[in-house]
Write a protein that binds this ligand. Structure first.
Ligand code: KG4
Ligand code: ZN
Length: 325
């Protein structure tokens, strides 16, 4: 079955073509709009929607071309319907519905977080149960994944998401948007001393990032160098994430661990987990770099599997801005 996967939940217009039966991704095209949001230091929903509308058919044609297929080859449309920026989601959902209606093929709505969770398994077969750390611009969660659609929320952020904290810290330091890749690059090149930042307090396996942001603001006001502040922020934020994850692994006695979302591209997070893998004898699943940020491939992969279990969604399916897993 040839599956089209669409994601327009935030500021990436992404479409992939997937051969479900052979478990092979045939194309994965992402058109990023970050330069249009840069001057605002974050994503502006109306600009995102307008850019998706301008780009989506170009991305679609490119995805078909790279995959070497025709429109008539598509047999299922999978599209992110929730959560995300509503005007942005609507562009992808409307486009997906249009293709499904025109070609008279089934439509499947996908939950964006569920798609991220399975991104380390693209081209492979998921191994249940596994513990997933989902770290993106909008979410920070620890989830126990017992099967497709079987999730137990273990912990979540009580305020900002970790990617959001990266973006806000970068904005305060005048480093532009998105902040994650720039701060990560500074960290990799930095060889000075680190400033001790207090680890935020949050009960059990939950997270909090707003205190860390305030601590960074104080350092900036005191005149500490940009590189030192950025590198110290990354060290604290990643140690905080891995510390909580380690605690959850121990308490839940799991051996299979995965990470997902934009922040899973982070070099220190990946390195720390590889060390933890050896120390704790874990089975570690890291997404390929191209599947860390938003992409249509993860939507096609999960949409196909959900379609096999649940069947199709109606063409009256709607986009929803907020929803839990
Ligand atoms: O998953 P994603 O592409 O979009 C959402 O669904 O939110 O995540 C985007 C987030 C941004 O906040 C960005 O700064 C962060 O991922 N990010 C990183 C890195 N690359 C992207 N954060 C830390 N280190 C990175 N290397
Ligand atoms: Zn995402």
């Amino acid at each position: 079955m040839i599956v089209l996967g669409i994601d327009t939940s935030c500021d990436d217009t992404s479409i992939a073509v997937y051969n479900g039966k052979e478990n092979r991704m045939l194309s994965n095209i992402v058109s990023s709009q970050y330069q249009f949001h840069q001057e605002f230091g974050g994503v502006v929903p109306e600009i995102a929607a307008r850019k998706h509308a301008e780009n989506i058919d170009i991305v679609f044609n490119e995805a078909l071309k790279v995959a070497g297929i025709e429109v008539s080859d598509i047999e299922l449309v999978a599209v992110t319907r929730t959560p995300g920026l509503l005007p942005a989601l609507l562009v992808g959902v409307t486009f997906g519905k249009g293709i499904a209606y025109w070609r008279e093929i089934p439509l499947k709505g996908v939950h964006h977080i569920e798609a991220h969770i399975f991104s380390p398994f693209i081209g492979k077969v998921p191994e249940f149960p596994f513990l997933s750390l989902v770290v993106s611009g909008g979410h920070t969660l620890i989830v126990l994944v017992e099967g497709l659609g079987k999730y137990k929320l273990i912990g979540k952020t009580l305020d900002d998401a970790v990617g959001e904290a990266y973006d806000k810290v970068a904005k305060m330091l005048g480093l532009g948007y998105p902040g994650g890749p720039v701060i990560d690059k500074i960290y990799k090149n930095y060889d000075g001393d680190f400033i001790d930042l207090p680890k935020p307090r949050a009960p059990q396996f939950n997270f909090s990032f707003s205190g860390l942001k305030t601590a960074v603001r104080r350092l900036i006001e005191k005149g500490y160098p940009v590189e030192q502040v950025a590198a110290s922020f990354q060290k604290t934020a990643i140690e905080y994430l891995t510390g909580k994850l380690k605690k959850a692994i121990k308490e839940l006695k799991v051996k299979k661990v995965a990470i997902a979302g934009g922040v899973s591209a982070n070099s220190l997070l990946r390195e720390s987990l590889k060390i933890m893998q050896v120390e704790k004898n874990l089975n570690l699943f890291l997404p390929e770099m191209e599947f860390t940020s938003d992409n249509g491939a993860m939507v096609a992969y999960v949409g196909y599997r959900k379609f096999l279990i649940e069947g199709e969604d109606s063409l009256s399916m709607n986009a929803i801005a907020r929803s839990s897993l």
